[in-house]
Design a protein around this ligand. Sequence first.
Ligand SMILES: [Cu+2]
Length: 302
Amino acid sequence: MDKKVAIVLIISALSVSQTLTAKEIQDHNQMMAHGEGHLMDMDGGMVMGQNTDTLPGGCERISATKEITVHAGHKYSEKFPGTMYAFDQQEFNFEPCTKLTVHFINEDEIRHQWMMHGLPKYLYPKGMFHLEVSGPGKVSGTLILPPGDKTYLVHCDIAQHMEKGMKAQLKVGKGGEDLPSIPGVTASMFPDDYSGKPYVALPPPVASPAAASALQKEKADTTAKPVQTGTPSVISGLTVIGLALSLISAPMLEKKFKGMTTGEALANIFEIISHGIGSGFALLGKLFKMFSKNKPISLPDK
Ligand SMILES: [Cu+2]
């Protein structure tokens, strides 16, 4: 019984892979050169940062000539839980000063890239070597790897494709430090949680102790507030008191502040309030006075 199930599964798996390989892969091999290693065609194929003949500084000669074929597509992500896209390989290693040709095959019906970062900028525009193709297709490009031990990031820069798994590292020589979140190679920076425990949101980052206490107060305020059932009132009690006070005091203040500058009037208002509320406002009043006095002094005539 189990054997029968297994056979059915194998046959269906084979038929699925058959349909995938049967997909038409367009070969973008007639691209127009636009200078500085930039090639493209009108069909969604592109190469940037191609370098077939200039030796990077520090390379005395081309140490090796290598060719790789990298596949990109959703199906390669299936073995990595939580991912959506992937290359068929996540790690590459080459000798320094290798002349490397990458054949990049996109197997999805969307756009994917093989984008390599961190290359010397005097040789590679923006420090990148970049292959890109829309829909099922193949683009090929060549670069000469720099000398030295370094690990280079390779990814697809289409929004969320790297975050969802399309990421690899290319080590030259012994390589440098491993990059995070390379599927199947290094630990994820944001590991998925399959524990089934309820999700607990992390508290937002807090800049200072003062901000922390303000945040806590705000939290306490919101939790203490009863749930409003009706339509929320736009005019609160405080607003009413404020409006009443200003209506009463407006004619009084108008007389008092006649001929004063805005700064002086404000200083006076703060002084009045300070009598009623406390010494805190007195300081502000003084500050306003200070600023209102701070006018440019005209120089005496000669
Ligand atoms: Cu992509």
